[in-house]
Design a protein around this ligand. Structure first.
Ligand code: NAD
Length: 266
């Protein structure tokens, strides 16, 4: 279990972007189990987020607020940033929101490029700016950027995703340098395949294109890239996130940590 209290006795607050689904949801649930206040975020409309929030409140007796914000919109991001700046309260920031777009480079639409870069990279940059004053004031803070194996190597037809995830690792290092020694750490997690809606959509597209069964395509995906031939579990990523917020990880900063079944060992 994490220590959910700040030095002044207040309950720590964690903003997890993209916590309405998949990896972000698992991280939110783990933080809720540890008694942190959760700021739940997603692109979905508020009522869908509130359903999730009710589950966390009733199951774990924690405070939960919901934020429905499209991080691909510069004006929506700025309004969100200003709202959070006024609160000056964030202790843990997990930049996790994300989406995929698959197309050959010549056919990759600039709108898709801009969207992916804004959600994965620009939003992370802006929210880190917002989070730091409170973290510096408390001499404690944890920033975790959800990069990917695609932050360290490329795959075909994922130009924007690969560029954004590489950028996120650069941002992680820059922030770690600027906050080193201030009680704040900034790290990137680099998952390989995790079976979430983001990946299931890719498996569906492959199954449609090949005419093969969904599960056959899921196995093929693992066979191509992930030598362990098993999906990383949501709990594995959430558990690592918890570890990075623990005292034992207080001198780990600027790192990019793969959870990839040896994808990057090849
Ligand atoms: N699933 C994997 O195999 C895998 C591997 C490596 C990295 N990741 C990264 O993990 C993160 C979470 O992915 P996931 O697999 O849980 O996906 P998911 O589709 O289950 O969840 C995506 C989340 O991002 C949010 N989101 C999507 N578009 C948004 C937008 N325009 N504005 C704001 N929020 C938006 C959604 O609301 C949702 O909460 C992403 O950054 C992804 O790149 C996933």
């Amino acid at each position: 279990m994490l220590n959910n209290k700040n030095a002044n006795g207040t309950t720590k607050i964690a903003l997890i972007t993209g916590s309405s689904s998949g990896i972000g949801w698992a991280i939110a649930e783990h933080f809720a189990k540890s008694g942190l206040t959760i700021w739940l975020h997603g692109v979905e409309p508020k009522p869908a987020l509130e359903d999730r929030a009710i589950f966390l409140r009733t199951t774990y007796a924690v405070e939960v607020e919901t934020f429905s914000v499209d991080l691909s919109s510069p004006s929506a991001l700025e309004t969100f940033a200003e709202e959070l700046t006024a609160r000056e309260a964030m202790d843990v920031l997990v930049n996790n929101a994300g989406l995929q777009h698959v197309a050959p480079i010549e056919k990759f639409e600039i709108e898709k490029w801009n969207k992916l870069l804004h959600v994965h990279l620009t939003a992370a940059f802006r929210l880190i700016q917002v989070a730091l004053p409170n973290m510096r004031k408390n001499s404690w803070g944890r920033i975790i950027n959800m990069s990917s194996v695609h932050g360290l190597v490329a795959s075909e037809q994922k130009a924007a995703y690969v560029a954004a995830k590489h950028g996120l690792i650069g941002l992680t290092k820059a922030v770690a340098l600027e906050t080193a020694g201030a009680g704040i750490t900034c790290n990137a997690i680099c998952p390989g395949w995790v079976r979430t809606p983001l990946v299931e959509r890719q498996i569906e597209d492959r199954a449609k294109a090949s005419g093969r069964d969904f599960e056959v395509e899921a196995s093929a995906l693992l066979e191509e890239k992930q030598p362990s031939k098993r999906f990383t579990e949501l709990e594995h990523i959430a558990g690592l996130t918890q570890f990075l917020c623990s005292e034992a990880a207080s001198n780990i900063t600027g790192s990019s940590i793969p959870v990839d079944g040896a994808w990057l060992a090849q």
